[in-house]
Ligand binder design. Structure first.
Ligand code: ZN
Length: 180
């Protein structure tokens, strides 16, 4: 089971023009074949988007700025820090729902090579698996319970995570969390 989030693309899907650094950009996220499918548009094309109606179900859309990768590289933690935060928050809270969220975050962080899988252990009860990761950002190890999610729980968690990442939480800051 993998989660795949595409990077911000360097050009508009509508007119194919490359984005310039900090250019306003409109993005939407769909799920197709269990993968996130991301589309990025310039402002002009976004306003004309009815001309190329989207296929598939749109899960989220947001406004952001295009970040030139060479500039983004200077602050790479911006790209995965929100995921890390959600992961640690979820672990701290405990409970089945947050366990699922922490697990989902760990999958993405592993893919992003922020978490490195070390080993699997048996949980306290002996029934559940616990995954041990090295968190390279915090230079620590982290224990993630494998909640043994069903396909639909996986889907719900994926959706909930996507919502938390894709939509700014009240402070008006643009977040580009799905770009990495
Ligand atoms: Zn365009």
């Amino acid at each position: 089971m993998e989660i795949q989030i595409q990077r911000q693309s360097s050009k508009c899907l509508g007119c194919n023009k490359p984005f310039s650094h900090n250019q306003k950009q409109y993005s939407l996220l769909k799920i197709e074949n269990l993968n996130f499918l991301r589309e990025d548009y310039c402002e002009t094309c976004w306003l004309k988007r009815s001309q190329f109606p989207p296929t598939g179900e749109t899960y989220s859309q947001w406004e952001t700025k295009y970040r030139d990768p060479s500039v983004a590289k200077a602050t790479p933690e911006e790209q995965y820090k929100p995921l890390l935060d959600i992961c640690y928050e979820s672990i701290a809270q405990g409970g089945p729902e947050t366990e699922a969220m922490a697990y989902m975050c760990s999958l993405v962080l592993r893919r992003q090579k922020i978490f490195k899988f070390i080993r699997e252990e048996k949980g306290d009860s002996g029934k559940r698996k616990v995954l041990i990761f090295a968190d390279k950002y915090n230079d620590t190890q982290i224990r993630i319970v494998d909640p043994q999610l069903t396909e639909s729980q996986m889907e719900n968690t994926r959706r909930a995570l996507q919502e938390r990442l894709g939509q700014p939480r009240g402070n008006g800051n643009e977040r580009e969390n799905l770009a990495s």
